[in-house]
Design a protein around this ligand. Sequence first.
Ligand SMILES: *[C@@H]1O[C@H](CO)[C@@H](O)[C@H](O)[C@H]1NC(C)=O
Length: 430
Amino acid sequence: MAGRREKYGQSLRGSKIAIAIVIGVLLGCVFAFLFPQGLFSSSDPPTRNRRLSKSSLQVDSSSCDSPERINLLKSDIMKLSEKNAELKKQVRELKEKLQLAAQGKGHAEEQVVALSEPRKAGPFGTVKGLRTNPPVLPDESVNPRLAKILAEVAVRKEVIVAVANSNVRDMLEVWFTSIKKAGIPNYLVVALDDAMVEFCKSNDVPVYKRDPDKNVDLIGKTGGNHAVSALKFRILREFLQLGYSVLLSDVDIVYLQNPFDHFQRDSDVESMTDGHSNMTAYGYNDVFDEPAMGWARYAHTMRIWVYNSGFFFMRPTIPSIELLDRVADRLSQEKNSWDQAVFNEELFFPSHPGYVGLHAAKRTLDFYLFMNSKVLFKTVRKDAALKKLKPVIVHINYHPDKLSRMRAVVEFYANGKADALDQFPDGSEW
Ligand SMILES: *[C@@H]1O[C@H](CO)[C@@H](O)[C@H](O)[C@H]1NC(C)=O
């Protein structure tokens, strides 16, 4: 800290010296005009000499041979002192910023300082808050090998990413077959074991295997569904650091259209929802009734069904990376927490005493286009109008018999088999 202060002190001193030099040069010019024959010529009246030596800045135009020139010089001097004032102001502002940072009040304040260029608010109805964070500066050095793969695979710096070990081989096959059929070129499988690498290669599926990493590898090879699911938050970080937008995709998903045609790209995170209606998917006011409170018996609450952490699109921004870090950090410390719950808590809980919430922009994807399996099996397949609608994806997130329901979705939507969904019950039968 002391070192940084010193630096600003030096630059202030430096600017003072520069100003002194300029004033000296200007003074030289004044002398040259007033005493073209030199200071010690016989015609030089002593009074002039005294007046000038009294103050270098007070040039008396009445005593000058060329008033316009002197005026010019005067205005130059004015400009210089304005510049000096401006420099002083900048130094003062920098010092204030340094002080704020030194107080270590946390990430939020520093970001506010960095973004706080005061602006006037426009008229009623015209103001809009900052919603699209700028992308990070791509840093190839974090993983040159992955950077090379992404350069080949990604389209417009966007890519679908699935994390898979050999346990999910059959679902992955339905997954990439549907992606190929929908004509989507930009997808990549992060393989957690060698058999998965081979499987992808033999099916002409772009695959990437991470460099060995003890912690991750153990979970990746032996981990159950939720453990593997938690890994993705660690794995995705490098993709974002390399400057790519990532559509994280579980493998129990069937693709029917290109999802990249359906994102708004106005948020850090666009996610599919576990909701099944306008209210549950997009948020509503849920009134809690406590009759004992009499006149104030109704307490209003805000509710929204969670985002599905098995299908979300992330722009490569600082809040996106912060979200990944927060979730990965909590999952590594809390043994029994579920990654989807943690993902949503970090996204939605506001700052409060002792806690700084994430400042990320989020968008809920259309629940008919990015359809979960409850919406499909409880509502859509029974509704003549909704049945005609073609989703972008269907995620078998609500049902354990994933593979057979995935295949049925392919039959129904891609192969036009009208009764393909009929054999399944609405929910699972335990
Ligand atoms: C849900 O919202 C959409 C879009 O705002 C609207 O068109 C539709 O009628 C709504 N559905 C219901 C059941 O309210």
